[in-house]
Design a protein around this ligand. Structure first.
Ligand code: 8YV
Length: 320
């Protein structure tokens, strides 16, 4: 009997709406290997996955019985969308519900990096703090500083709202003119005048290493870089070098090029606040994300059109 393959443990109750269907759940906290995924997708009629799963053309072609793929994430760079469309498989994701949680985390990283909270806490815990001094841990004052937001979608805008409350000047760059005040068509120019830069673009071939050595060199040596989008949007090694050589002031990072590995140079770079991909990690948000993905899978299994569909062309020939 065909089953819904769920590649990772989700929060309790998340799969309840699918209780009348056959489920095969990887209940461990380790992702399936590519070989396991290839094997288990054969015989599945639905796949619920996460960003750690590489759902490439090989997996999609092996999933000859698949009628839907739903990722419990807004990002879908781990799924070969063209291959899914070629096979006529709808792919769904979970936008909107994680905007506020991710923006909170991005803003937390902005404050933590600007005020050097990571190194200050590390010193205190390792008992190397010798007492207060007037010029200790001097950081960047956010009030009056300029925040450059790269990618002005829902999460970028949610970060902008927070920044205004902190007295920051907010400017932004996006691929297409936003039509809103503070729009900079030229990313390089925006980087060169920003005190803080926060990244909110999806990972695509155009955004891979968008922030590379050349663009890091354009930034002020007092600037802070925050990345809560996808690790590969930044050249991690170039960032580590810029931090180590004092060419930028600090960085706050939640995502990495090769998760869960972190570039060793970044681990030892000064003034880097490093978090383990927790942008959406609140109970409310993770519950809402799973519920959105599960509802879309249920819709397809019941012959309805899913709501958060990334490749509507698969329904072009009709469908409910
Ligand atoms: C998630 C994310 O935390 O949704 C995304 O694209 O990167 C994160 O919000 C995570 O990937 C698991 O859902």
């Amino acid at each position: 009997m065909a089953y819904t393959l769920v590649t990772r443990r989700l929060l309790p109750g998340s799969l309840d709406p699918l209780s009348h269907y056959e489920l095969k759940v990887n209940d461990s906290d380790r992702p399936l290997s590519h070989d396991q995924l290839l094997e288990q997708v054969q015989g599945a009629n639905a796949l619920i996955c996460l960003p750690g799963d590489l759902v490439d053309a090989e997996v999609i072609e092996a999933g000859t019985t698949l009628s839907v793929i739903a990722t419990v994430s807004v990002g879908f760079d781990h799924i070969d969308l063209s291959a899914a469309s070629r096979s006529g498989i709808p792919v769904c994701h979970t936008p909107d519900v994680l905007d506020e949680a991710t923006a909170d985390l991005a803003f937390g990283l902005i404050i933590a990096a600007a005020r050097r909270m990571g190194e200050a806490e590390r010193d205190l815990r390792s008992l190397s703090w010798q007492g207060w001094a007037v010029d200790q841990y001097l950081g960047l004052e956010l009030n009056g500083a300029t925040l450059g937001i790269v990618g002005f979608g829902r999460i970028g805008k949610a970060v902008a709202r927070r920044a205004l409350g902190f007295g920051m000047q907010v400017i932004h760059h996006s691929r297409h003119p936003s039509g809103e005040a503070g729009y900079f068509p030229d990313l390089d120019q925006m980087l060169s005048i920003s005190d803080v830069v926060s990244l909110h673009v999806p990972l695509t071939e155009e955004t891979r290493h968008l922030i590379d050595a050349r663009r890091l060199a354009l930034m002020k040596d007092t600037a802070v870089l925050v990345n809560t989008s996808r690790g590969a949007v930044v050249d991690e090694e170039a960032l580590a070098d810029a931090l180590t050589e004092g060419r930028i002031f600090a960085a706050g990072i939640d995502v990495y090029e090769q998760e869960p590995s972190v570039h060793p140079k970044l681990l030892s770079a000064p003034r880097a606040v490093l978090l383990p991909h927790i942008g959406s990690a609140t109970t409310a948000t993770r519950t809402a994300m799973a519920s959105r993905a599960v509802a879309d899978v249920k819709a397809v299994l019941e012959g309805r059109r899913p709501i958060y569909l990334l490749n509507p062309e698969v329904f072009a020939g009709g469908g409910s």
